[in-house]
Design a protein around this ligand. Structure first.
Ligand code: ZN
Length: 64
């Protein structure tokens, strides 16, 4: 019988029998958190960029 192991090379934890995922719960939680943080970071960048454009637009109209 083939033993399932976490696909994360740094982890290599044994996965329970019948486990549907390729990564263990530990790695999946870590990955989910990283993804969420990544979205938050991207959202922040997009947000400040939109604010910059908005502010610049206001400045431009004030100059006229
Ligand atoms: Zn793992």
């Amino acid at each position: 019988m083939e033993m399932n192991k976490c696909k994360n090379k740094k982890c290599q934890r044994d996965l329970p029998e019948g486990y549907k995922h390729r990564y263990c719960e530990h790695c999946r939680n870590k990955y989910a958190k990283r993804t969420k943080d990544g979205i938050k970071a991207v959202g922040g960048v997009v947000g400040s960029f939109a604010l910059l454009i908005l502010t610049k637009g206001k400045f431009d109209s004030r100059d006229k």
